[in-house]
Ligand binder design. Structure first.
Ligand code: IMP
Length: 177
């Protein structure tokens, strides 16, 4: 049994669904942790893992937009809270290059120290927000090779997302120990 420390219930439900396929049970530890301002998701996760109990994991994600040189990236949470999806769509008005990537960094505390697992999915920023499922940037992100946003097809999201890829690596690590 693992503990997922997060205040984001959407993330928790996704993690539960993904890890259950690997017979890994996960309990919610609904507590916030300090997020330092850093240049990479990995640094944020490494810092936030300090002092956590073995068996606990956290996850930090970000949306990296090509035409904005990777913005909002590590600022994704602030940008979502402030300008939101509308603001991102406005920043990209008239911009042809809609390429973007979602990244997820999962950090697990073990008896032997920290383990980091990463997942990344390429896609594009849609012209308008679409779909009611998911959360955050899901209505404006269409994964490569598909024509529905993550918010329009939440089931598909869990099969191909950045979070799914990172958690699968966590599951592989636990399975292979
Ligand atoms: P954090 O990982 O909680 O720091 O998330 C950073 C920002 O990205 C927040 O505003 C989240 O809502 C958003 N976000 C994180 N993961 C996802 C996702 O899977 N889909 C859409 N938005 C996400």
């Amino acid at each position: 049994m693992l503990h997922f420390r997060t205040t984001n219930l959407h993330k928790f439900r996704e993690a539960e669904a993904i890890l259950s396929k690997h017979n890994i049970r996960v309990a919610l530890l609904q507590e916030a942790y300090r997020e330092v301002q850093a240049d990479t998701l990995e640094e944020v996760v490494q810092e936030a893992l300090l002092g956590l109990e073995p068996g606990t994991f956290i996850e930090d994600a970000g949306l990296f937009i090509d035409a904005l040189k990777g913005f909002p990236g590590v600022y994704s949470s602030y940008v979502q809270r402030t300008i939101g999806n509308k603001g991102i769509l406005r920043l990209l008005e008239g911009v042809e290059n809609r390429g973007a990537a979602f990244e997820s960094v999962v950090g697990l505390m073990t008896e032997g120290g920290q383990k980091i697992f990463k997942g990344r999915v390429r896609g594009s920023i849609s012209q308008e927000a679409k779909g009611e499922g998911g959360f955050g940037y899901d209505p404006i992100f269409t994964p490569a090779g598909h024509n529905k946003t993550f918010a329009e097809d939440a089931r598909r999201k869990n099969e191909i997302s950045h979070r799914k890829l990172a958690l699968e690596r966590l599951a592989d690590y636990l399975g292979g120990r």
